[in-house]
Design a protein around this ligand. Structure first.
Ligand SMILES: Cc1cc2nc3c(=O)[nH]c(=O)nc-3n(C[C@H](O)[C@H](O)[C@H](O)COP(=O)(O)O)c2cc1C
Length: 245
């Protein structure tokens, strides 16, 4: 892991998508739990009192995680589920494979509805369902954002489809920053095979639909790319009354 203890501003400016994973860096379970805690909107609170940025999403969480855990120190590799609304655990359980274990992983805070579904090496599987992208299997973990689909659209109308993607996008931004702050990196994965993802977790019909995937892990820089300072040059130039192209 490469950078810790820096300001939020620096993390926001330096954050980049990982282009390749190193296939070996692991993160401690406590850090994994902290990252996941940050995507919890605290659905039990009124929207205005939910932690940032969830106070800007004026509906109850409709997106949960199906996770492929590869390298998290202290917990077993395998398939996991996170209910971003603790009240939805039973619904998820009903819709997934009946043989899943639904065990709380060791040291997991009671407030985090994270469950081990099945132990095992899910590295190849994660890559396969992500259009063969190695980044999904070579990081610490990857995940599918599975949306409460049919019920949400029936309750709120077709325009809620866009809102599901907005929620997924906000989750992605939080994961990008949390990964950067943890000294690893992440990447949004828009290329995945939704039907195989649903099959892996036992999801049938249209109750849940995977909308967006993400991977988090140790990164390998691509030396062919040049990274320029983000925004800082432009802000300083504006302060001096200059206008940059
Ligand atoms: C919605 C979305 C889907 C993406 N899908 C993929 C993907 O399937 N594979 C991949 O390698 N990168 C994917 N990315 C990462 C983009 O390639 C990356 O964000 C882009 O190159 C800009 O780089 P930056 O995030 O470092 O600014 C995705 C990003 C977003 C926002």
């Amino acid at each position: 892991m490469k950078s810790v203890g820096v300001s939020a501003g620096q993390i926001i400016r330096q954050r980049r998508s990982l282009l390749a994973c190193d296939g070996r860096t692991s993160i401690p379970a406590e850090r994994f739990y902290r990252m996941l805690a940050r995507v919890m909107p605290r659905a039990e609170l009124p929207v205005a009192r939910r932690p940032m940025p969830w106070d800007a999403i004026p509906w109850d969480p409709a997106i949960h995680f199906s996770l492929f855990v590869h390298r998290v120190k202290g917990i077993d590799p395998g398939l996991y589920a996170l209910a971003r609304d603790p009240g939805k655990v039973a619904t998820l359980k009903d819709c997934m494979h009946a043989h899943f274990a639904w065990e709380a992983p060791p040291g997991c805070p009671a407030s985090l509805p994270l469950f081990l579904l099945e132990r095992g090496d899910a590295r190849q599987l994660a890559s396969q369902v992500s259009c063969g992208q190695a980044i999904a299997g070579e990081g610490a973990f990857s995940l599918g954002m599975i949306a409460e689909y049919q019920a949400s659209l029936a309750a709120h109308g077709p325009s809620f489809y866009r809102r599901l993607f907005r929620e997924a996008g906000a989750i992605g931004q939080v994961l990008y920053l949390e990964a950067e702050a943890a000294g690893v990196r992440s990447t949004g994965i828009g290329c995945f095979f939704d039907d195989p993802v649903h099959q892996v977790f036992g999801l049938k019909d249209l109750a849940f639909q995977s909308l967006y995937h993400f991977t988090v892990g140790g990164y390998v820089d691509d030396l062919r790319l040049t990274t320029l300072p983000a925004y800082g040059r432009r802000v300083k130039a504006r302060q001096r009354g200059m206008d940059l192209p």
